[in-house]
Design a protein around this ligand. Structure first.
Ligand code: GDP
Ligand code: MG
Length: 250
C-alpha cells in the first residue's frame, strides 16, 4: 500500500483541526486545543488504489521553526486552509505557499487551496471569487470552499491532493522508465557498433586461421586467439547462464 503524507497548513483558528478530524473520524469537534499538532492515519481508496494517508494537522504559523521545515520537506501534499470569515488568513497563506515551494524546491507541489467555514454566510468577508483569484495566481491550484461543520467538500479536498500526489508519482515513474529504456537502447546500439567492428576483426583473423589450419603444425595458441571475441563472450555467457540455471534447479 502506498504511503502518502499530507500536511494541513494555515493560520490559527481557520479550522485545520476541525477539517482533519472530520475527514479522519467523521465527527465535528466544536472546540479543539489550538496548540495541538498531531498526525492521523487513514486508509482510503482513490481510483481503485489503496492509500495509507498520514495527515499532519499543524498548529500556528507565526514562527517558522526547524521542525516545520522538516515536516514540509517530508510532506508529499498540502492543504492550504484559510477561513472565509478572516481576510488575514488568506494573506497568511501566500507566504506559507512561498515557504512550501522554497523548501520543496519546486513549482509543482501537490496542493489544494481550501476556504473553510463556508457555512458562516453572515460572517463571510471573502467571496468565492477571492479564492478563485488566488487559485489562478497560483497556477490554477484546485480550490474548494469547505465546511468542517457540515463536512462539505472535506473528503473532496483531501482526495484531490492524494490524486495529485499519485499523478506526480506516476509521472516520475514513467520518466524513470523512459530514461532506463533510453539507456538500454543506447547500450544496445553501442553493443551493436562494437559487434560490427569485431566482425571486421574476426573476418581478418579467420582468414589467417584458415591458413594456419591448412598447415599440419597448426598452432593451438594462435587458434585460440582466432576464436571470435564476440562468440567467446557468448560462450562465456552461455556457460554462466547454464551454471546459474543449475544453481536455480538445485
Ligand atoms: N461554523 C464553522 N465553524 C468552524 C468550522 N471549522 C472550524 N470551526 C470552528 O472554528 C474554531 C477553530 O477551529 P480549529 O479546527 O481548532 O482551527 P485550527 O486552529 O485551524 O486548527 C473552532 O471553534 C471550530 O469549531 C466550520 O467549517 N464552520
Ligand atoms: Mg488546530
Amino acid at each position: 500500500m502506498r504511503d502518502y503524507k499530507v500536511v494541513v497548513l494555515g493560520a490559527g483558528g481557520v479550522g485545520k483541526s476541525s477539517i482533519t478530524v472530520q475527514f479522519v473520524q467523521g465527527v465535528y469537534i466544536e472546540s479543539y486545543d489550538p496548540t495541538i499538532e498531531d498526525s492521523y492515519r487513514k486508509q482510503i481508496e482513490v481510483d481503485g488504489r489503496a492509500c495509507d494517508l498520514e495527515i499532519l494537522d499543524t498548529a500556528g504559523v507565526a514562527q517558522f521553526t526547524a521542525m516545520r521545515e522538516l515536516y514540509i520537506k517530508s510532506g508529499k501534499g498540502f492543504l492550504l486552509v484559510y477561513s472565509v470569515t478572516d481576510e488575514n488568513s488568506l494573506k497568511e497563506l501566500l507566504a506559507l505557499r512561498e515557504q512550501v515551494l522554497r523548501i520543496k524546491d519546486s513549482d509543482n507541489v501537490p496542493m489544494v487551496l481550501v476556504g473553510n467555514k463556508c457555512d458562516l454566510e453572515e460572517d463571510r468577508v471573502l467571496s468565492i471569487s477571492d479564492g478563485v483569484r488566488v487559485s489562478q495566481d497560483w497556477g490554477l491550484v484546485p480550490f474548494y470552499e469547505t465546511s468542517a461543520m457540515y463536512k462539505t467538500n472535506v473528503d473532496e479536498a483531501f482526495i484531490d491532493v492524494v490524486r495529485q500526489i499519485m499523478r506526480k508519482e506516476a509521472a516520475v515513474t514513467a520518466e524513470k522508465k523512459q530514461q532506463k529504456e533510453k539507456q538500454k537502447l543506447e547500450q544496445s546500439q553501442l553493443n551493436g557498433q562494437q559487434q560490427s567492428s569485431q566482425i571486421g576483426d574476426n573476418g581478418n583473423l579467420q582468414q589467417g586461421s584458415a591458413g594456419l589450419n591448412g598447415q599440419t603444425n597448426g598452432n593451438a595458441s594462435t587458434n585460440a586467439t582466432n576464436i571470435p571475441r564476440n562468440s567467446q563472450s557468448k560462450l562465456d555467457k552461455e556457460k554462466s547462464s547454464s551454471e546459474s540455471k543449475c544453481c536455480t534447479i538445485m
